[in-house]
Design a protein around this ligand. Structure first.
Ligand code: FAD
Length: 386
């Protein structure tokens, strides 16, 4: 497995153990069927509780049965899951970073006790509803509204492109509170409440092994105690996205590495003109490029894990890593696909699946363009969004 600058040497015993456990899980439980799931457009739902039992959801959080592992261990886990498929890492990212994290950081004690243990084991599934049909890159323009009515809130609006909404037990819905100057708040909405619909989005051409849907909210009544008490404004959803993007920056490296390893193996096995294609300089150049790009992206996330561990990581640093590493994985999985010739477009090999997945990963959690503008603002002091 590619580790060109011996990053392995810096890992402690727990980090190695988590990495190895996740790698073995992906090898044994995911790889055999993931191509079929991708073709069928299904997620291996039987793995949801298995991943919970293995501690794959929010393991970097503390309390409520969560193991509080290092940020690097968490990153290594995301890397191994995405080497299996971006759908798998998305499951862990949404559950852990986008739902458990905000409950842990901003929830009431009752909310934490109700949801965190069950979500940690995968017995309850959560989703994160921020994007709307008319508001993606600019979520602060959201139209979903909450209106106070006695000790209840009434929610109306629509969210779309929501990972796991059709199978979720609870959605964190970000909405503007009409009774508080349209301030954005997070609402815990159980999906079996009257007025909630969660239609599945069919016929995706990317991230096919992941369930994606809408959330319709039609006069949905929730008790006041379902509001996340600890955060107001866009800081709520944006701070969750920073957590998830950190995991994505790690995960993308895993996807690129998996595509590279398939191309490297193919280059030694496949013969043309009487010799392995790996003996041709053009093929070596492609492998050298992939190994170099993967290694430099790995270095970036290893550094980020140190900053995160000591509480110094900034959203802009995460933007740089998400932007760079996902673009890297998109480009390198395409190079790997090329090297497999016609076989490269088959589900028997991973590069084309990773390449297709990267179109989603490039777009969600802040598009590549938006992260470019975040960096532009950091570098110049000028915001160029509008
Ligand atoms: P738009 O914002 O309409 O952007 C269209 C294009 O315009 C993009 O190329 C964008 O980069 C560009 N653009 C926009 N603004 C600017 C600007 N100021 N300057 C330059 N270019 C600009 N959302 C959730 O809330 N929860 C989820 O669980 C979730 N899961 C997802 C799963 C999948 C499979 C997908 C595809 C999306 C998911 N999303 C989720 C939504 C995702 O976050 C949005 O698609 C993303 O934020 C982009 O929004 P948009 O699709 O509306 O595109």
């Amino acid at each position: 497995m590619l580790d060109f600058v011996d990053l392995e040497a810096d890992l402690d015993a727990e980090e190695r153990m988590i990495r190895d456990t996740a790698r073995e899980f992906v090898q044994q439980e995911v790889k055999p069927d993931i191509g079929e799931h991708f073709v069928e457009g299904t997620f291996p739902t039987d793995l949801i509780t298995e991943m919970g039992e293995m501690g794959f959801y929010a393991p970097n959080l503390e309390g409520y049965g969560l193991p509080n592992v290092s940020e690097r261990a968490y990153g290594l886990l995301m890397q191994e899951l995405e080497a299996g498929d971006s759908g798998l890492r998305s499951m862990a990212s949404v559950q852990g970073a986008l739902v458990m994290y905000p409950i842990h950081a901003y929830g009431s004690e009752a909310q934490k006790e109700k949801w965190l243990p069950d979500m940690g084991t995968g017995e309850a599934v959560g989703c994160f509803g921020l994007t709307e049909p008319e508001h993606g890159s600019n979520p602060s323009a959201m139209e979903t509204r909450a209106e106070k009515d006695g000790d209840e809130y009434v929610l109306n609006g629509a969210k779309t492109w929501i990972t796991n909404s059709p199978i979720a037990d609870v959605a964190i819905v970000w909405a503007k509170d009409r009774s508080d100057d349209d301030t954005v708040r997070g609402f815990l909405v159980e999906t079996d409440r009257d007025g909630v619909s969660t239609n599945k989005i069919e016929e995706k051409l990317s991230l096919r092994a992941s369930i994606t849907g809408e959330i319709g909210l039609n006069d949905v009544r929730i008790p006041e105690e379902n509001v996340l008490p600890g955060v107001k404004g866009m800081k709520g959803p944006l701070s969750c996205l920073t957590q998830a993007r950190y995991g994505i920056a790690w995960g993308a490296v895993g996807a690129a590495r998996d595509a590279f390893e398939e191309a490297r193996e193919y280059a030694t096995d496949r013969e043309q003109f009487g010799k392995p294609i790996g003996k041709f300089q053009l093929q070596q150049e492609k492998l050298a490029e992939q190994a170099t790009q993967i290694t430099t992206s790995q270095l970036l996330v290893h550094r980020l894990s140190e900053l995160k561990e000591r509480g110094d990581l900034t959203p802009q640093q995460v933007s740089m890593a998400k932007r760079n590493n996902v673009r890297m994985a998109r480009e390198m999985s395409r190079l790997a696909r090329e090297q497999l010739g016609g076989n490269g477009i088959s589900t028997d090999y991973s590069p084309m699946r990773h390449l297709a997945n990267m179109e989603t990963v490039y777009t969600y959690e802040g598009t590549h363009d938006i992260h470019t503008l975040v960096l532009g603002q950091e570098l110049t002091g000028f915001a160029a969004y509008e």
